[in-house]
Design a protein around this ligand. Structure first.
Ligand code: BTN
Length: 324
Protein backbone atom coordinates (compact mmCIF):
# COMPACT_ATOMS: atom_id res chain seq x y z
CA UNK A 1 0.00 0.00 0.00
CA UNK A 2 1.35 3.46 -0.83
CA UNK A 3 2.25 5.60 2.14
CA UNK A 4 -0.45 8.17 1.49
CA UNK A 5 -3.11 5.47 1.13
CA UNK A 6 -2.06 4.04 4.49
CA UNK A 7 -2.32 7.52 6.01
CA UNK A 8 -5.79 8.11 4.59
CA UNK A 9 -6.85 4.77 6.06
CA UNK A 10 -5.36 5.76 9.39
CA UNK A 11 -7.21 9.09 9.34
CA UNK A 12 -10.50 7.30 8.67
CA UNK A 13 -9.83 4.80 11.43
CA UNK A 14 -9.13 7.59 13.88
CA UNK A 15 -12.33 9.36 12.88
CA UNK A 16 -14.30 6.29 13.95
CA UNK A 17 -17.98 6.77 13.13
CA UNK A 18 -17.50 10.33 11.85
CA UNK A 19 -17.44 11.15 8.13
CA UNK A 20 -14.29 12.94 6.96
CA UNK A 21 -14.69 15.18 3.94
CA UNK A 22 -12.57 14.85 0.84
CA UNK A 23 -11.56 18.46 1.32
CA UNK A 24 -10.27 17.84 4.85
CA UNK A 25 -8.29 14.80 3.72
CA UNK A 26 -6.96 16.67 0.70
CA UNK A 27 -5.78 19.56 2.85
CA UNK A 28 -4.22 17.28 5.41
CA UNK A 29 -2.17 15.37 2.83
CA UNK A 30 -1.60 18.22 0.37
CA UNK A 31 -3.48 16.59 -2.51
CA UNK A 32 -6.59 17.40 -4.53
CA UNK A 33 -10.07 16.06 -3.74
CA UNK A 34 -9.91 14.05 -6.95
CA UNK A 35 -6.67 12.47 -5.83
CA UNK A 36 -8.30 11.62 -2.47
CA UNK A 37 -11.20 10.00 -4.31
CA UNK A 38 -8.78 7.91 -6.42
CA UNK A 39 -7.04 6.65 -3.27
CA UNK A 40 -10.41 5.86 -1.66
CA UNK A 41 -11.45 3.87 -4.73
CA UNK A 42 -8.18 1.95 -4.61
CA UNK A 43 -8.78 1.15 -0.93
CA UNK A 44 -12.36 0.07 -1.64
CA UNK A 45 -11.02 -2.05 -4.48
CA UNK A 46 -8.89 -4.13 -2.14
CA UNK A 47 -11.75 -4.67 0.28
CA UNK A 48 -11.77 -1.79 2.78
CA UNK A 49 -15.43 -1.05 3.51
CA UNK A 50 -15.36 2.72 3.03
CA UNK A 51 -18.63 4.53 2.60
CA UNK A 52 -18.62 7.53 0.30
CA UNK A 53 -21.53 9.92 0.76
CA UNK A 54 -22.01 13.08 -1.28
CA UNK A 55 -21.59 16.28 0.79
CA UNK A 56 -20.44 14.33 3.83
CA UNK A 57 -17.27 12.54 2.80
CA UNK A 58 -15.86 9.18 3.73
CA UNK A 59 -16.30 6.80 6.63
CA UNK A 60 -14.67 3.47 7.34
CA UNK A 61 -17.31 0.91 8.21
CA UNK A 62 -15.04 -1.34 10.18
CA UNK A 63 -15.95 -2.67 13.56
CA UNK A 64 -12.54 -3.98 14.49
CA UNK A 65 -10.09 -1.78 16.38
CA UNK A 66 -6.69 -1.35 14.79
CA UNK A 67 -4.30 -4.16 15.72
CA UNK A 68 -1.16 -2.75 17.34
CA UNK A 69 1.67 -4.94 18.66
CA UNK A 70 2.26 -2.71 21.71
CA UNK A 71 -1.41 -2.88 22.72
CA UNK A 72 -1.51 -6.66 22.28
CA UNK A 73 1.75 -7.25 24.12
CA UNK A 74 0.78 -4.91 26.98
CA UNK A 75 -1.90 -7.37 28.10
CA UNK A 76 -0.17 -10.58 27.20
CA UNK A 77 0.27 -13.18 29.96
CA UNK A 78 2.80 -15.27 28.07
CA UNK A 79 6.53 -15.66 28.31
CA UNK A 80 7.18 -16.99 24.80
CA UNK A 81 4.18 -16.76 22.45
CA UNK A 82 3.70 -13.32 20.95
CA UNK A 83 6.79 -11.87 22.59
CA UNK A 84 8.19 -11.27 19.10
CA UNK A 85 5.43 -10.01 16.90
CA UNK A 86 4.83 -8.48 13.49
CA UNK A 87 1.52 -6.86 12.58
CA UNK A 88 1.08 -6.22 8.87
CA UNK A 89 -1.54 -4.22 7.04
CA UNK A 90 -1.52 -6.58 4.05
CA UNK A 91 0.24 -9.84 3.36
CA UNK A 92 -0.35 -12.74 0.97
CA UNK A 93 -0.53 -15.25 3.83
CA UNK A 94 0.62 -14.93 7.45
CA UNK A 95 1.54 -18.64 7.29
CA UNK A 96 3.75 -18.07 4.27
CA UNK A 97 5.34 -15.02 5.91
CA UNK A 98 5.91 -16.76 9.28
CA UNK A 99 7.31 -19.83 7.49
CA UNK A 100 9.89 -17.70 5.66
CA UNK A 101 10.80 -15.90 8.90
CA UNK A 102 11.15 -19.24 10.71
CA UNK A 103 13.48 -20.46 7.99
CA UNK A 104 15.50 -17.33 8.61
CA UNK A 105 15.72 -18.15 12.34
CA UNK A 106 12.65 -16.50 13.93
CA UNK A 107 12.38 -17.76 17.51
CA UNK A 108 9.72 -19.95 19.04
CA UNK A 109 6.59 -17.92 19.73
CA UNK A 110 7.18 -15.44 16.91
CA UNK A 111 3.71 -14.28 15.86
CA UNK A 112 2.52 -12.69 12.65
CA UNK A 113 -0.83 -10.94 12.33
CA UNK A 114 -2.31 -9.16 9.34
CA UNK A 115 -5.37 -6.99 8.83
CA UNK A 116 -5.81 -8.56 5.42
CA UNK A 117 -4.48 -11.55 3.49
CA UNK A 118 -4.51 -11.55 -0.29
CA UNK A 119 -3.81 -15.29 -0.59
CA UNK A 120 -4.89 -16.74 2.76
CA UNK A 121 -4.38 -20.50 2.77
CA UNK A 122 -6.94 -23.01 3.94
CA UNK A 123 -6.65 -26.78 4.33
CA UNK A 124 -6.46 -28.95 1.21
CA UNK A 125 -5.20 -26.07 -0.92
CA UNK A 126 -8.38 -24.06 -0.49
CA UNK A 127 -8.29 -20.26 -0.22
CA UNK A 128 -9.11 -18.60 3.09
CA UNK A 129 -11.24 -15.48 2.75
CA UNK A 130 -9.43 -12.77 4.76
CA UNK A 131 -10.77 -9.25 4.14
CA UNK A 132 -9.36 -6.29 6.08
CA UNK A 133 -10.45 -5.69 9.64
CA UNK A 134 -12.90 -8.61 9.69
CA UNK A 135 -11.01 -11.15 11.64
CA UNK A 136 -7.90 -12.50 13.23
CA UNK A 137 -5.45 -13.86 10.68
CA UNK A 138 -2.55 -15.09 12.77
CA UNK A 139 0.41 -17.46 12.54
CA UNK A 140 2.67 -18.59 15.37
CA UNK A 141 6.08 -20.21 14.98
CA UNK A 142 6.67 -23.21 17.25
CA UNK A 143 9.91 -25.14 17.62
CA UNK A 144 8.88 -28.28 19.51
CA UNK A 145 11.24 -31.05 20.47
CA UNK A 146 8.72 -33.88 20.01
CA UNK A 147 8.95 -36.15 16.95
CA UNK A 148 7.20 -35.55 13.63
CA UNK A 149 4.41 -38.08 14.20
CA UNK A 150 3.05 -35.98 17.06
CA UNK A 151 2.61 -32.84 14.94
CA UNK A 152 -0.94 -33.49 13.59
CA UNK A 153 -2.42 -33.78 17.07
CA UNK A 154 -0.97 -30.40 17.99
CA UNK A 155 -3.56 -28.92 15.62
CA UNK A 156 -6.32 -30.79 17.48
CA UNK A 157 -4.99 -29.40 20.73
CA UNK A 158 -4.99 -25.91 19.22
CA UNK A 159 -8.69 -26.31 18.34
CA UNK A 160 -9.42 -26.88 22.04
CA UNK A 161 -7.30 -23.87 23.07
CA UNK A 162 -8.91 -21.57 20.52
CA UNK A 163 -12.44 -22.73 21.42
CA UNK A 164 -11.77 -22.05 25.12
CA UNK A 165 -10.26 -18.63 24.38
CA UNK A 166 -13.27 -17.70 22.22
CA UNK A 167 -15.63 -18.69 25.01
CA UNK A 168 -13.65 -16.71 27.60
CA UNK A 169 -12.95 -13.60 25.56
CA UNK A 170 -15.85 -13.39 23.13
CA UNK A 171 -18.56 -15.17 25.13
CA UNK A 172 -19.43 -17.50 22.24
CA UNK A 173 -19.70 -21.27 22.65
CA UNK A 174 -18.20 -22.84 19.57
CA UNK A 175 -18.10 -26.54 18.76
CA UNK A 176 -15.23 -28.50 17.24
CA UNK A 177 -15.80 -30.36 14.02
CA UNK A 178 -13.15 -33.04 13.50
CA UNK A 179 -10.36 -32.45 13.06
CA UNK A 180 -10.15 -28.77 13.93
CA UNK A 181 -12.87 -26.54 12.51
CA UNK A 182 -14.77 -24.39 14.95
CA UNK A 183 -18.49 -23.93 14.35
CA UNK A 184 -21.13 -21.59 15.73
CA UNK A 185 -24.13 -23.26 17.40
CA UNK A 186 -26.00 -22.90 14.06
CA UNK A 187 -23.27 -24.88 12.27
CA UNK A 188 -21.56 -22.04 10.40
CA UNK A 189 -17.77 -22.15 10.47
CA UNK A 190 -16.02 -19.31 12.33
CA UNK A 191 -12.49 -20.60 12.62
CA UNK A 192 -10.03 -22.78 10.74
CA UNK A 193 -6.57 -23.93 11.73
CA UNK A 194 -3.77 -24.79 9.34
CA UNK A 195 -0.41 -25.95 10.61
CA UNK A 196 2.52 -26.26 8.26
CA UNK A 197 5.74 -27.95 9.21
CA UNK A 198 9.39 -28.02 8.24
CA UNK A 199 11.08 -31.27 9.24
CA UNK A 200 14.19 -33.28 8.57
CA UNK A 201 13.73 -37.03 8.86
CA UNK A 202 12.06 -37.53 12.26
CA UNK A 203 13.00 -34.12 13.59
CA UNK A 204 10.75 -31.07 13.48
CA UNK A 205 12.60 -27.89 12.57
CA UNK A 206 9.53 -25.75 13.17
CA UNK A 207 5.76 -25.65 12.87
CA UNK A 208 3.75 -22.64 11.76
CA UNK A 209 0.38 -22.74 13.46
CA UNK A 210 -2.05 -20.65 11.44
CA UNK A 211 -5.37 -19.60 12.91
CA UNK A 212 -8.12 -17.75 11.08
CA UNK A 213 -11.12 -16.43 13.01
CA UNK A 214 -14.01 -14.56 11.42
CA UNK A 215 -14.89 -11.92 13.98
CA UNK A 216 -16.92 -9.22 12.24
CA UNK A 217 -17.88 -10.33 8.74
CA UNK A 218 -21.59 -9.97 8.04
CA UNK A 219 -23.48 -12.40 5.86
CA UNK A 220 -23.40 -9.98 2.92
CA UNK A 221 -19.62 -9.49 3.31
CA UNK A 222 -18.89 -13.13 2.47
CA UNK A 223 -18.63 -14.24 -1.14
CA UNK A 224 -21.77 -16.09 -2.33
CA UNK A 225 -20.20 -19.56 -2.01
CA UNK A 226 -19.51 -18.96 1.72
CA UNK A 227 -22.90 -17.50 2.66
CA UNK A 228 -24.70 -19.81 5.02
CA UNK A 229 -21.48 -21.81 5.48
CA UNK A 230 -19.23 -19.25 7.15
CA UNK A 231 -20.21 -17.12 10.12
CA UNK A 232 -18.71 -14.57 12.48
CA UNK A 233 -18.38 -14.28 16.23
CA UNK A 234 -19.69 -10.74 16.69
CA UNK A 235 -23.39 -10.21 17.13
CA UNK A 236 -25.04 -6.79 16.93
CA UNK A 237 -24.76 -5.10 20.30
CA UNK A 238 -22.05 -7.37 21.70
CA UNK A 239 -18.72 -5.86 20.75
CA UNK A 240 -15.64 -8.03 20.64
CA UNK A 241 -12.10 -6.76 21.05
CA UNK A 242 -9.75 -8.54 18.67
CA UNK A 243 -6.87 -7.41 20.87
CA UNK A 244 -8.36 -9.09 23.95
CA UNK A 245 -9.18 -12.21 21.97
CA UNK A 246 -5.62 -12.48 20.63
CA UNK A 247 -4.24 -12.02 24.15
CA UNK A 248 -6.52 -14.74 25.48
CA UNK A 249 -5.67 -16.99 22.57
CA UNK A 250 -1.92 -16.71 22.94
CA UNK A 251 -2.19 -17.20 26.72
CA UNK A 252 -4.25 -20.36 26.32
CA UNK A 253 -2.09 -21.70 23.53
CA UNK A 254 1.10 -21.25 25.50
CA UNK A 255 -0.27 -23.02 28.57
CA UNK A 256 -1.76 -25.87 26.51
CA UNK A 257 1.34 -26.25 24.34
CA UNK A 258 3.41 -26.81 27.51
CA UNK A 259 1.04 -29.52 28.69
CA UNK A 260 0.98 -31.03 25.19
CA UNK A 261 4.79 -31.25 25.09
CA UNK A 262 4.79 -33.27 28.32
CA UNK A 263 1.62 -35.31 28.08
CA UNK A 264 0.57 -35.38 24.43
CA UNK A 265 -2.97 -35.26 23.05
CA UNK A 266 -4.21 -37.62 25.77
CA UNK A 267 -4.39 -34.61 28.10
CA UNK A 268 -6.76 -32.83 25.69
CA UNK A 269 -8.92 -35.67 24.53
CA UNK A 270 -11.58 -35.11 27.15
CA UNK A 271 -11.71 -31.38 26.43
CA UNK A 272 -11.91 -32.06 22.72
CA UNK A 273 -14.75 -34.57 23.25
CA UNK A 274 -16.65 -32.11 25.46
CA UNK A 275 -16.47 -29.42 22.78
CA UNK A 276 -16.93 -31.66 19.76
CA UNK A 277 -19.99 -31.69 17.53
CA UNK A 278 -18.87 -34.54 15.24
CA UNK A 279 -19.26 -37.67 17.35
CA UNK A 280 -22.44 -39.69 17.77
CA UNK A 281 -23.90 -38.79 14.40
CA UNK A 282 -23.89 -39.92 10.80
CA UNK A 283 -21.17 -38.23 8.82
CA UNK A 284 -19.65 -38.37 5.37
CA UNK A 285 -15.90 -38.73 5.30
CA UNK A 286 -14.06 -37.53 2.23
CA UNK A 287 -10.64 -39.15 1.89
CA UNK A 288 -8.12 -39.42 -0.97
CA UNK A 289 -9.79 -42.68 -1.96
CA UNK A 290 -13.38 -41.41 -2.07
CA UNK A 291 -16.35 -40.78 0.20
CA UNK A 292 -17.69 -43.00 2.96
CA UNK A 293 -20.77 -42.62 5.09
CA UNK A 294 -20.73 -43.88 8.64
CA UNK A 295 -21.43 -43.32 12.30
CA UNK A 296 -18.75 -41.23 14.07
CA UNK A 297 -17.97 -43.38 17.14
CA UNK A 298 -14.99 -41.84 18.93
CA UNK A 299 -11.55 -40.34 18.68
CA UNK A 300 -8.52 -42.02 20.21
CA UNK A 301 -5.46 -40.75 22.06
CA UNK A 302 -3.78 -40.09 18.71
CA UNK A 303 -6.67 -37.90 17.59
CA UNK A 304 -7.78 -40.39 14.93
CA UNK A 305 -11.51 -40.61 14.21
CA UNK A 306 -13.18 -44.05 14.37
CA UNK A 307 -16.13 -44.42 12.07
CA UNK A 308 -18.52 -47.37 11.90
CA UNK A 309 -19.57 -48.05 8.32
CA UNK A 310 -22.99 -49.36 7.24
CA UNK A 311 -21.54 -52.88 7.09
CA UNK A 312 -20.61 -52.59 10.76
CA UNK A 313 -16.87 -52.27 10.12
CA UNK A 314 -14.87 -49.85 12.31
CA UNK A 315 -12.49 -47.67 10.31
CA UNK A 316 -9.75 -45.45 11.61
CA UNK A 317 -9.61 -42.08 9.85
CA UNK A 318 -6.39 -40.14 10.18
CA UNK A 319 -6.83 -37.47 7.57
CA UNK A 320 -10.06 -36.52 5.83
CA UNK A 321 -12.73 -33.92 5.38
CA UNK A 322 -15.84 -34.50 7.46
CA UNK A 323 -19.16 -33.42 6.00
CA UNK A 324 -22.48 -33.19 7.88
C1 BTN B 1 -9.05 -24.17 7.10
O1 BTN B 1 -9.11 -24.46 5.90
O2 BTN B 1 -9.99 -24.39 7.85
C2 BTN B 1 -7.79 -23.55 7.66
C3 BTN B 1 -7.78 -22.06 7.53
C4 BTN B 1 -6.58 -21.39 8.14
C5 BTN B 1 -6.56 -19.90 7.87
C6 BTN B 1 -5.46 -19.20 8.60
S1 BTN B 1 -5.62 -17.44 8.52
C7 BTN B 1 -4.05 -17.24 9.20
C8 BTN B 1 -3.17 -18.29 8.58
N1 BTN B 1 -2.60 -17.84 7.34
C9 BTN B 1 -3.05 -18.53 6.29
O3 BTN B 1 -2.73 -18.33 5.11
N2 BTN B 1 -3.90 -19.48 6.71
C10 BTN B 1 -4.05 -19.47 8.15
Amino acid sequence: MTEIRGEILQALRRAGDRFVSGEELGQRFGISRTAVWKHIQALQGVGYPIEAVRNRGYRLREEGEELRPEAIQAGLATSVLGRHMTVLETVDSTNRYAFAEAEGGAPEGYTVLAERQTAGRGRRGRPWFSPPGHGIWMSVVLRPTFPVFRAPQLTLMAAVSVAEAIRERAGVSVGIKWPNDLLLPDGRKVCGILSEMSAEAEEIRFIVLGIGINVFGREEDFPPELRGVAGSLAQPGSPISRTALIQGLLGRLEADYRIYQNEGFRAFREGWERLNVSLGRTIAVQTQSGQKIGWARRIDDDGALWVETDEGRLEKIISAEVIF
